[in-house]
Structure formats: structure tokens, C-alpha cells
Design a protein around this ligand. Structure first.
Ligand code: 3PG
Length: 306
């Protein structure tokens, strides 16, 4: 009997776990759960006899992959798969998938929520600012970027997007203004919201060159990955421009410096929580379980990323 392990340091909502279990057991497979585990050793031990693995931001590194003797498929219940060692997986013929779009609305709502929170001085009672009429640049127009655009338009923001992989017509159809260079996006927008993945092309790619182009009262919004920021460059901008603010879903490595020098010009979530809603957990978790069943039963490799 096939065994499917759900391994999540940051647990799914109970309803999502129930839903995943139901899909797995209805297919005649064994369901196993490892939550809030203390370290990689525990994960390495738990994967030894599993055929399939569902994870979130948990690290499926080369040691985990080497230890999993029967593993055929890893599904990252979410968008970013920078936590899977794809080379190690491919070398063992293990299929890696993500569940694109399933948790995107949750991330987008958090992006706008943090924008309002900071614009209102973190609800300190003093006069803040509004989002209506302000410019918002969406850096990468994927699933999350599209939801951000939709919600931001509801707020009355003027929305722009840069994405070299998406046709301008697709962006324009959503009443979003396509921008043909990344530099222009940063030059045109008071707010820039990041939706790029973390990979060899994007890590540390957001630095002084782009940030210095942003207009007065700039706000950088990061619900993507902290690794895409060149933190040295960001700190330089923060030091040079007292009108620049940074919001991030998960604190950067230099969070201490922000706390000490720029308390009013930043907000960082204490834990990555963009996708931490019951709805997102249910959507992504159950999609992951269905993808595993379809892979074993029908050889379906939709959403394979390696
Ligand atoms: C994603 O890539 O889908 C998000 O960053 C969510 O990550 P999480 O499942 O660890 O919350």
C-alpha cells in the first residue's frame, strides 16, 4: 500500500489536514502526518518508507531525498518550490510538483492588508495616508500578482505590471497598464509589490539600482521571498531616503537594524503567513493530495517542475 506523508513544520489548518487525509485514504493509500517537527533529522527519519510527500516551505534537501528510498513524488502545497532540491530529485527520478494558484488570494490579501496597515501608521491613531489614487507596480504578473491587481483596483489604485513572460494584451485585459522594462515599473510606482520566485536569476536582484528609481514616499512590498532582496542595497536606500518604507512577509536578516533605526518605516510578519488562511491551506493541501493520486493512478504529471 502506498504511503503519503504530510510533513509541515508550520501546520495546515485542521480542516485541510482532514481533507487531505480523506483524498489519500479514499484512494486506498496510507496517510501519515508529521507536524511541528524539531529539525531535519526528524523529517529524514519520517520519509524513509514513504512513496509520496506533501510539504509547505519545509526543506526537501538532498539528505531528505537520499533517505526516502521509495519516494516517487514530492508536492509542494503552494507556489514557490525553491525549498526542493530539484537536481537531487531528478537524479532519483522523483517528480516534483507545486500547486500553482491555490494559495494566491491569501497572499494577495496579506499584501494589501500590510499596505493599509503601514499607510495608517500601524494604527497608531495619527493621520495616515490612503491607497486610492496611488500608483502600484506589480513585479511579475503571475497568480498572486493578478489577485493583487484586482484587489488594488478595488481600492482605487492605478495599477502597472512588469512581466517579461506575459503578453501585454493579457495584462491590459485586466485594466492593468503593462510596462516594458523593470526600471520603468520602479520609476512609475510609489508602491511596488514583488511576486517573483527565488531562483538563480532573482536572488538579491532587488537592490539600489531599482529601489533608487522609486518616486517619493516609496513603499516596497515583499510577499515573495526575502532572498530576492539585496539587503545591503535596501539598507543603503533606507539610510539615504527617509521617505522609503519596506513591508515584508517574514523579516529580513537585517531586521535588527530596521528595528533600531527605522521603527516607523517597516513592518515584518513574525512568521511567513501569506498563505496562512484556512481557505489557502484547504485549496493547496487538497490539490496536492489529488495531484498525488492522479500521478499514481493515471500517470498525470501536470504541474511537474523538474
Ligand atoms: C508559497 O510559495 O506558496 C508561499 O510562500 C507559502 O508558503 P507556506 O506554505 O510555507 O506558507
Amino acid at each position: 500500500m502506498k504511503k503519503v506523508l504530510v510533513a509541515t513544520v508550520k501546520p495546515f489548518a485542521p480542516a485541510a489536514v482532514e481533507g487531505i487525509k480523506k483524498v489519500i485514504e479514499s484512494a486506498g493509500y496510507t496517510f501519515a502526518l508529521l507536524e511541528k517537527y524539531a529539525g531535519q533529522e526528524e523529517l529524514i527519519k519520517a520519509v524513509e518508507d514513504v512513496d509520496a510527500l506533501i510539504i509547505r516551505s519545509d526543506k526537501a534537501d538532498k539528505d531528505v531525498i537520499a533517505a526516502a528510498k521509495n519516494l516517487k513524488i514530492i508536492v509542494r502545497a503552494g507556489a514557490g518550490y525553491d525549498n526542493i532540491d530539484l537536481e537531487a530529485a531528478s537524479a532519483k527520478g522523483i517528480v516534483a510538483m507545486n500547486t500553482p494558484g491555490q494559495n494566491s488570494n491569501a497572499v494577495a490579501e496579506l499584501a494589501l492588508g500590510m499596505m493599509v496597515f503601514l499607510a495608517r501608521g500601524k494604527f497608531n491613531g495619527k493621520p495616515g495616508t490612503e491607497l486610492r489614487g496611488k500608483t502600484l507596480g506589480i513585479h511579475a504578473y503571475g497568480h498572486v500578482g493578478r489577485y493583487v491587481a484586482e484587489i488594488a483596483k478595488g481600492f482605487g489604485m492605478k495599477v502597472f505590471a512588469f512581466d517579461p513572460f506575459i503578453d501585454d494584451e493579457v495584462i491590459a485585459k485586466d485594466n492593468v497598464t503593462p510596462v516594458d522594462t523593470v526600471e520603468k515599473l520602479y520609476e512609475s510606482c510609489q508602491y511596488v509589490s514583488l511576486h517573483i520566485p527565488a531562483n538563480q536569476h532573482t536572488i538579491k536582484s532587488i537592490g539600489v539600482d531599482l529601489l533608487a528609481r522609486m518616486p517619493k514616499n516609496a513603499v516596497l512590498v515583499n510577499t515573495a521571498r526575502k532572498e530576492v532582496i539585496d539587503e545591503e542595497g535596501l539598507l543603503k536606500i533606507m539610510a539615504e531616503r527617509d521617505d522609503f518604507k519596506y513591508i515584508s512577509d517574514i523579516a529580513p536578516d537585517c531586521a535588527g537594524e530596521f528595528a533600531e533605526k527605522y521603527p516607523d518605516r517597516h513592518f515584518f510578519t513574525p512568521k511567513k503567513m501569506g498563505a496562512q488562511t484556512a481557505e489557502a491551506n484547504i485549496n493547496a493541501g487538497i490539490a496536492a493530495a489529488n495531484q498525488i493520486v492522479n500521478f499514481f493512478e493515471k500517470g498525470d504529471t501536470t504541474f511537474k517542475v523538474n
